[in-house]
Design a protein around this ligand. Structure first.
Ligand code: PLP
Length: 411
C-alpha cells in the first residue's frame, strides 16, 4: 500500500476556527433571535476598487479577442506589473529592489509555505508566539518539527513570546536560529516594528548567516510615517531577508488572489558541500517548475492598484477599515478594557478584562453581547489572556458591536 507523509499526523486538529464555529452555532441554535456580529474573521468585507474592476473587465475583453488573447504568461509574473511594484512599493521608499527580484504569485499564504521547498531540513526555525498559524503548520508538514505538546508547541521550533511586557516585539534570541518569521504590522497583535528593531534583526541575521522571512501583508495599514513598510528599508536586509506582500488586504484581493515575493539576487545560503548558493536562482527554478503564473486578468487588476485612481481608492479602503479600528479602540478603552494594536494594523488586540482566559472572554462576549472575536490563545500559548478583534467589517456592524460591549462592560 502507498504510504503518506506522516508529518501531517503531527498537526494539531484544526482547532481554533472550527471550535469558534461550533460555539457560535450552538449559541445561535439556542437563541434564534440573537443578531450575532462576527468580528473574528481575517477577511475583508468591502468590494474591489473600481479601478481594479475596470482593468479586469478590459482584460477579459482582450482574452476574448484572437489578436489580444494571452496564453501562459511568465511564471514570475508580467514585467509591467513587476516594474510598477518595484517603483511604487520599493524604490519610492529608498529600497533597492529590482523588478527582476519580484515574483508574482496567487497568495502570500502559499508563498510563505512554499518557500520552505528551497531550504534544507536541518535549519533551526524561530516563530513568534502568538503567530500566524501558516508559518508553523507548513514547517510541521515539511518535517521540520517534532511532536506537539499540550501547550500547542512543536518540538524543535524556537518560540519567541510577544506580549504587552515586551511591547509585542520579540527579543532577539541568544541562540543561533537559521530561519526567522517576522510579520509587521502583525497579525494577530496589530503591533509594529520600528527601524531600530528591524535593524537589530538584520544585524543578528547577518552575524549568524540566518534568513528572515518578512511578511508585510499589512504594510498599507501603517499610519505612522516613521515606521518602515519594507525590511529593505533597513541597511543590509538584501543580504538576509525575503519579503512577502499581498494585494489581499490593501486592495480586497482575498478572493481575487494576487501577491508577491521579493528574493534579492544578493541573498545566499549554504549548500551541503559548503558553497554559497543564490536563493533567487532556486526560487526561480522552483516557481518555473511548480507554478504557471497568476491569471493575466488578475495581474491587470493588480496593476490598476498603482494608477492614480487605484491609489486613491485603495487609500479610501484602508482608511475605512482604520476608522473602524479607531472606533473599536475608543469604545473598548471607554469600557475600561486595555487594547493594543489597531493604529497601524486592522487588528485590535485586547487584554481580556478581570483576568478571564481567552476562551472565557469569548464565551462572555458571545453570550452577553452576541459578538464574536478570536481567542488569542488560538494563535499560541503566549496569546492566552488576549483576544483579537478585526476591523474588517461594515461600519454598522462595528458600531453596533461596540455599543453592546460598552453597555455591558462600562462600570
Ligand atoms: C492575510 C494574510 C496574508 C495574505 O495571504 P494571501 O494568501 O495573500 O491572501 C499573509 N500573511 C498574513 C499574516 C495574513 O494575515
Amino acid at each position: 500500500m502507498a504510504t503518506i507523509n506522516d508529518n501531517y499526523l503531527k498537526l494539531k486538529a484544526g482547532y481554533l476556527f472550527p471550535e469558534i464555529a461550533r460555539r457560535v452555532s450552538a449559541f445561535a441554535e439556542a437563541n434564534p433571535d440573537a443578531n450575532i456580529i462576527r468580528l473574528g474573521i481575517g477577511d475583508v468585507t468591502e468590494p474591489l476598487p473600481e479601478a481594479c474592476r475596470i482593468a479586469m473587465i478590459q482584460a477579459v475583453e482582450e482574452m476574448g479577442d484572437r489578436s489580444t488573447f494571452k496564453g501562459y504568461g511568465p511564471e514570475q509574473g508580467y514585467a509591467w506589473l513587476r516594474e510598477k511594484i518595484a517603483t511604487h512599493d520599493f524604490q519610492a521608499r529608498g529600497c533597492s529592489v529590482d523588478a527582476s527580484e519580484i515574483f508574482i504569485s496567487d497568495g502570500s499564504k502559499c508563498d510563505t509555505g512554499n518557500i520552505l521547498d528551497i531550504f534544507g531540513k536541518d535549519n533551526t526555525i524561530a516563530v513568534t508566539d502568538p503567530v500566524y498559524p501558516v508559518y508553523v503548520d507548513t514547517n510541521v508538514m515539511a518535517g521540520h518539527t517534532g511532536e506537539v505538546n499540550d501547550r500547542g508547541e512543536y518540538g524543535g521550533l524556537v518560540y519567541l513570546p510577544i506580549t504587552a511586557e515586551n511591547d509585542f516585539t520579540a527579543e532577539i534570541p541568544s541562540q543561533k536560529v537559521d530561519l526567522i518569521y517576522l510579520c509587521f504590522p502583525n497579525n494577530p497583535t496589530g503591533a509594529t516594528a520600528t527601524k531600530a528593531h528591524l535593524q537589530a534583526w538584520v544585524e543578528y541575521a547577518k552575524a549568524h548567516g540566518s534568513i528572515i522571512f518578512f511578511d508585510a501583508a499589512y504594510e498599507a495599514f501603517i499610519t505612522d510615517p516613521d515606521l518602515p513598510h519594507s525590511i529593505y528599508e533597513i541597511e543590509g536586509a538584501r543580504d538576509c531577508a525575503i519579503e512577502f506582500r499581498s494585494f489581499s488586504k490593501n486592495a480586497g484581493f482575498t478572493g481575487t488572489r494576487c501577491a508577491l515575493t521579493v528574493v534579492p539576487k544578493t541573498l545566499k545560503a549554504k549548500a551541503a558541500d559548503g558553497t554559497d548558493v543564490e536563493l533567487w536562482k532556486l526560487w526561480n527554478r522552483r516557481q518555473s517548475t511548480k507554478f504557471n503564473g497568476v491569471s493575466y486578468i488578475v495581474q491587470r487588476g493588480a496593476e490598476a492598484v498603482y494608477s492614480d485612481a487605484g491609489q486613491a481608492q485603495v487609500r479610501d479602503l484602508v482608511n475605512f477599515y482604520m476608522d473602524n479600528a479607531k472606533i473599536i479602540r475608543q469604545q473598548l478603552t471607554a469600557a475600561g478594557i486595555a487594547v493594543y494594536g489597531g493604529v497601524n494594523a486592522p487588528y485590535v488586540w485586547v487584554k481580556t478584562p478581570h483576568g478571564l482566559s481567552s476562551w472565557d472572554f469569548f464565551d462572555k462576549l458571545l453570550h452577553t453581547c452576541h459578538v464574536v472575536g478570536t481567542p488569542g490563545s488560538g494563535f499560541g500559548a503566549a496569546g492566552e489572556g488576549y483576544f483579537r478583534i478585526s476591523a474588517f467589517n461594515s461600519r454598522d456592524n462595528v458600531e453596533a458591536a461596540m455599543q453592546r460591549i460598552t453597555d455591558k462592560f462600562k462600570a
